[in-house]
Design a protein around this ligand. Structure first.
Ligand SMILES: [Fe+2]
Length: 196
């Protein structure tokens, strides 16, 4: 099989231009291409039984390309059908209040973690075993992911996510714009799939 780049139904966003989204979607498509490429290269090299070091390096790079693809799918999905606020009685809201004290405190915490220096992601996971949320900074796309935990919210903090519209020093303005455009029903649906 080959992976195929997904299409996303993203309306005009406030504070994030169409050009910004086009550039970013193009980059996502590059990850899909490279996931397929790296898989076929490993297969070809295995068949020719040539350079073990080349195969080893390709294997090490696979998680970068794969997570680059998958994380962007989480990201763009969150804009689909336009901004929608969270429901006061959703499982997500309940878990956020339980962990952080209030919805606003949860959002403030996401922003605080987003202020971490370096490129990567803020990821909010739900841990079904602990019945709690974890808000984590992940470097690149793959460094520091929590094993097996479902991803509830994904905030892209690579500079390519905002530098069409914002300067590097304006990263937090981008984070505000991102949060203002989230369709929280998408995030709530991900959460519901995990809460039994
Ligand atoms: Fe990105």
């Amino acid at each position: 099989m080959e992976y195929v780049a997904r299409q996303f139904n993203i309306p005009q966003l406030a504070g994030l231009s169409q050009k910004q989204m086009e550039v970013h979607l193009g980059l996502y498509q590059g990850y899909v291409k490279h996931v397929n490429l790296i898989r076929s290269q490993i297969t070809e090299l295995k068949e020719s039984e040539t350079d073990t070091y080349v195969i080893s390096e390709l294997r090490r790079r696979f998680s970068f390309e794969f997570d680059g693809m998958r994380m962007h799918e989480y990201y763009f999905e969150q804009f689909e059908s336009g901004a929608q606020s969270h429901a006061d009685d959703s499982a997500l809201t309940t878990a956020a209040i339980e962990k952080y004290g209030s919805w606003d405190a949860f959002i403030e915490h996401v922003k605080e973690v987003a202020g971490t220096r370096g490129i990567g992601w803020v990821i909010v996971y739900y841990d079904p075993a602990g019945r709690t949320l974890h808000t984590v900074f992940v470097g690149d796309h793959e460094l520091g992911q929590l094993a097996g935990l479902p991803i509830i919210l994904a905030v892209d903090l690579w500079e390519h996510a905002y530098m069409v519209d914002y300067l590097p020093a304006e990263k937090m303005s981008y984070v505000d714009a991102f949060l203002n455009n989230v369709n929280w029903s998408v995030v709530e649906r991900r959460m519901l799939e995990e809460v039994v």
